[in-house]
Design a protein around this ligand. Sequence first.
Ligand SMILES: [Zn+2]
Length: 253
Amino acid sequence: MEIQKCKGIILQSRASGEADTIATIFTGEYGKRTFIFKGLRKSQRRSRSAVEPGTALQLVYYHHENKPVTVAGEFTLLQDILQVRDNLGKILNVYFMLEMVDKTSASGDPAQDIYNLLYSALTTMKTTTYPLHITLCFTLHLLHTLGILPDIYRCSFCGTVITSSFRIHIDDFNTICHSCDRANPASNRSNSIPLEVLGFVNDSFCKKFSDISHEKYNESDLLHFLFSISLFVEHYFHTKIKSKSLLFSDYEK
Ligand SMILES: [Zn+2]
């Protein structure tokens, strides 16, 4: 048993017993961990918002190597996202980002870069007027950090740089240029994606989010692209992104 300290973001939480709350927390130091907050729901002093999904905490606790659930000791609030509460669009985007981290991460491994990425995406979400854009930017950086974002600027068949609308293979997230697509009609693909979307991908990696000219990117194009990414992630990690049905309700009818 040792005393540990970490910073983490609540991915999901649920009531347990009369007064406890169990939370899955993504920590920079130890990856994903499950904590139980004893008596939290009866406490006056400790705000319940501390365990709402998206909240960032600093935690101090006793760690037992072989116990699957850790009892949270002292904690301090680093950031809450109460500002997004009244904005359904933002809430759906937040839940999607949290689930993407949840479904692509494991326990035990340090993941400071993904923690920092999620923390700053949530900070930006509070004030931005482009919630979908921050979600897509975040998701691209997440895939890049995980090492599974292929070179999408080139056609995976012929190798030429993509210069017009393209398609994506959901199985491996490889791009297919317009002419290869016409010559080789394969199944299991998404609809065609306009070239401009690659401009947003480039901006996401080359510019600060606040410096991107978001108004020039069509929201439904970006949504369509993000939907393709979520299908790829589901395929790659053999999982189901549940929050996707809400964010992409127009696509799953
Ligand atoms: Zn090609």
